[in-house]
Design a binder for this molecule. Structure first.
Ligand SMILES: Cc1cc2nc3c(=O)[nH]c(=O)nc-3n(C[C@H](O)[C@H](O)[C@H](O)COP(=O)(O)OP(=O)(O)OC[C@H]3O[C@@H](n4cnc5c(N)ncnc54)[C@H](O)[C@@H]3O)c2cc1C
Length: 446
């Protein structure tokens, strides 16, 4: 079998160090040989009912120990002395393999939302905040959640965020509601990064929001329930529906400064979106594995033929390969642009990946579901769960429409004048050429 490093797209190979290539191969082996076979045990150890929110499956701890021994720990955090020190592009290649298994990201301490939260603390936290929260997160001892979305407003527009963060003496007092707080169900989740308004009256709407660090056990926090995703509860991780009633934290819990919330989410979401996109490609690659296995299953012939002998099925395989290989290049291009500058300088490329990849991955997973017939929508393959997880990426971290609007606005604004002038010039030049060669002018009114 070809190794992961030999499958790196050739255009990006010169950008990947030998160390990253070696680790990439180790990641592939760890995911395929350790994590995927351990998924059933993970579910069995998680148990049933309420127990699912209290259990820490032993297999996950065993995998963490193995991952650490192999050096597969904190693979994100590009160019940081606290992480493994890979570039966004190198880690992107690894994240693809982590995305093949739902337990691999946590087994390597490289799972959302902790990765984004650790990046915030590493980039914007002060020494005390790093010692209190970043260190145990990097050690994998605790987990965290990022609380931005609220139930009563359209949260895709972050300016709508309402949760009040009021300064009172040497404390901030928090009041409001949050939901879709991913990771809040985990028994190890000890930290919430909460976005809210410190100054609702600021004339600059981008300066109203701030982010504070809140211990999950703080008095006044109520976790009402965990939300389902197409019926999956995603235990023990979970997506919390939470209220804050006069929750008090010291002023030192503020990250970076009052009114810096937008800056923080921008810095957080750039790399996070690349990680999600590459993991989604990995999820779709796993669906491809299952697709190829089913269509070549000798026991399950339809109308006397293997499914792979049907032209339409080969076309599914071909389309899936083309779509995934092209989507991967779009994400790696965004990762490389970030490596050359920062998330801000790669906004367009990150938005392109954010929109393109979930749509491509969903079509690929859906073809695999179809190839399995009824089994494809059941719990007997990972496909239904992969589809549900991937479908949420068209909404989470901002819905497609918001990113499409940004890409469209940017492209239109940057190019309209230049394009109008160029086409007018070309028309005039064409007319002159025709006239110089004795032909009459074009009739088109455009
Ligand atoms: C599985 C999952 C995990 C999540 N995890 C987290 C988390 O950890 N922390 C957190 O804070 N949030 C989380 N979220 C929430 C997610 O980020 C929000 O759902 C998302 O930002 C959209 O906000 P909303 O649900 O309020 O939709 P709304 O803002 O109400 O938007 C509804 C719809 O309106 C349309 N729309 C919006 N803007 C435009 C526009 N400009 N043009 C055209 N149409 C538009 C879109 O179709 C959109 O889907 C998670 C969501 C899911 C599903």
């Amino acid at each position: 079998m070809m190794s992961a490093s030999s499958r790196i797209p050739s255009i990006t190979k010169p950008l990947v160090s030998n160390r990253a290539k070696k680790v990439l191969d180790l990641v592939e082996e760890f995911v395929e040989k350790e994590c995927i076979p351990a998924e059933s045990l993970f579910s069995a150890e998680l148990g049933e009912g309420e127990q699912r929110w209290k259990t820490n499956p032993a297999i996950l701890e065993q995998l963490k120990t193995k991952a650490r021994k192999l050096g597969l720990w904190n693979l994100f955090l590009p160019n940081s002395s606290q992480g493994a020190g890979f570039t966004n592009l190198e880690y992107g290649l690894m994240a693809e393999y982590l995305g093949k298994s739902k337990i691999a990201p946590e087994a390597t301490n490289s799972s959302a939302p902790d990765t984004g939260n650790m990046e915030v603390l590493a980039k914007y936290g002060n020494a005390q905040q790093k010692a209190q929260w970043l260190e145990p997160l990097l050690e994998g001892k605790i987990r965290s959640a990022f609380l931005m979305t609220e139930p009563a407003i359209a949260s895709s527009d972050a300016m709508n965020i309402q949760l009040e963060i009021r300064r009172e003496g040497n404390e901030y007092v928090l009041n409001g509601s949050k939901w879709w707080s991913s990771g809040a169900g985990d028994p190890h989740c000890e930290l919430y990064l909460v976005m809210g308004k410190t100054d609702a009256r600021s004339l600059d709407p981008y300066k109203q929001q701030s982010v504070v660090l809140v211990p999950a056990s703080a008095p006044g926090i109520t976790v009402h329930r965990m939300l389902n995703v197409y019926g999956y509860d995603d235990a023990p991780h979970g997506h919390g529906d939470i209220t804050f009633t006069n929750v008090r934290v010291p002023l030192s819990a503020l990250i970076l400064g009052e009114g810096r919330g937008f800056e923080i989410i921008q810095g957080r979401l750039g790399p996070g979106r690349i990680h999600h996109a590459m993991r989604a490609i990995g999820a779709a690659e796993r669906a491809m594995d299952w697709l190829i296995a089913r269509v070549n299953d000798e026991r399950k012939r339809a109308f006397g033929q293997l499914l792979s002998e049907q032209g339409v099925i080969l076309e599914w395989i071909a389309r899936s390969r083309i779509e995934l290989d092209s989507a991967r290049l779009v994400v790696l291009n965004a990762a490389h642009k970030m490596d050359q500058g920062d998330a801000r300088s790669a906004l367009k490329e990150i938005a392109e990946s954010k929109v393109l990849v979930p749509q491509v991955a969903l079509s690929v997973i859906d073809r695999a579901v179809q190839a399995y017939g009824a089994a494809g929508v059941s719990q007997d393959t990972p496909l239904a769960n992969l589809w549900a997880l991937t479908r949420t990426l068209r909404i989470a971290d901002g819905p497609d429409e918001v990113h499409l609007q940004q890409i469209g606005k940017r492209e239109n604004k940057a190019r309209r004048q230049e394009v109008i002038e160029k086409l007018a010039w070309q028309k005039e030049a064409a007319g002159k050429l025709l006239a110089a060669n004795g032909f009459s002018m074009l009739k088109s009114s455009l």
